[in-house]
Ligand binder design. Structure first.
Ligand SMILES: Nc1ncnc2c1ncn2[C@@H]1O[C@H](COP(=O)(O)OP(=O)(O)OP(=O)(O)O)[C@@H](O)[C@H]1O
Ligand SMILES: [Mg+2]
Length: 251
């Protein structure tokens, strides 16, 4: 069983950036093998990691829609699992499985169901599973990202972001998640956090750390450059590492 980590929070708060920086750290520390799951239909974790995704789950669903006979001796379930295996983009440092975008008005339910059903098997050989989720709260109620060891709730340094983080916590309680630990991270901090402290306290979440606003992060994102290439002394990298230093499983 991998040590499983997921991110949640309002749109644009820095979930993908944090997930990519966490993976960067795991790679640097050589703590074990990593499967990254990009569960956001508007995937961009691959870019942040500098990986190409030849086939997303949505692509493979389209491909397999054309009803062909199953390979002899394979159940449908085995066939799906085999196809999902082939959708994992392997690299030397991290493997990546991306949900992709269903064609047209295609529903996300099917790709979600597939991932939920097969994730345990697909991830069983890895030491870490890192899930980058879409914005909003739906993924919590769809129960993909609920049975996790650590859920990082990411907020930007705005009262709205923090309130939204508080709602993530409420939903997680409502759907009876199995997140063993839940931490709040406030990102893009530019100045004093003190005025936000009352809102942060109201969320009931444990603030594990903050990540400063770092122009280089935004610039890399704009240029589509992998965050692994950020200098080791860039403020966001240093702050992310300080957060991860507090968690024994990442060291
Ligand atoms: N510490 C930071 N300093 C400066 N810019 C940042 C920082 N963290 C994230 N950003 C920028 O904020 C924007 C949103 O970040 P990111 O894509 O990680 O958010 P997200 O929560 O994954 O968004 P979405 O909800 O759309 O998936 C990006 O342009 C990113 O470069
Ligand atoms: Mg994202």
């Amino acid at each position: 069983m991998p040590f499983t980590v997921a991110v949640a929070g309002k749109g644009g708060t820095g979930k993908t950036t944090f997930a990519a920086m966490l993976i960067r750290r795991l790679i640097e520390k050589k703590t074990g093998s990593i499967l990254a799951l990009d569960a956001d239909p508007n995937s961009n974790l691959n870019e942040a990691l500098g990986l190409a995704v030849p086939l997303t789950i949505a692509d493979f669903i389209e491909e397999t829609k054309a009803a062909k006979p199953l390979p002899a001796g394979m159940t449908k379930n085995q066939f799906i699992e085999y196809k999902l295996q082939t959708a994992i983009a392997a690299s030397e440092r991290v493997d990546l499985l991306a949900m992709g975008t269903p064609e047209g008005s295609g529903c996300y339910c099917y790709p979600n169901d597939l991932v939920r059903q097969h994730l345990t098997n697909l991830s069983s050989d890895y030491d870490y599973l890192v899930m980058d989720n879409e914005a909003g709260l739906e993924h919590l109620s769809r129960r993909i990202a609920v049975d996790v060891d650590i859920m990082f709730v990411i907020s930007d340094a705005s009262a709205r972001g923090i309130r939204s983080a508080g709602r993530v916590r409420e939903i997680m309680e409502g759907v009876k998640t199995n997140a063993k630990r839940v931490f709040l991270i406030v990102t893009k901090v530019n100045g004093d956090l003190a005025p936000l402290m009352p809102e942060i306290e109201k969320t009931g979440l444990e603030l594990i750390g903050t990540i400063p606003l770092d122009q280089m992060v935004a610039q890399y994102d704009m240029e589509g450059k992998p965050l692994a290439e950020l200098p080791a002394d860039s403020p966001a990298v240093v702050a992310t590492q300080a957060i991860l230093d507090k968690i024994p499983q990442f060291n």
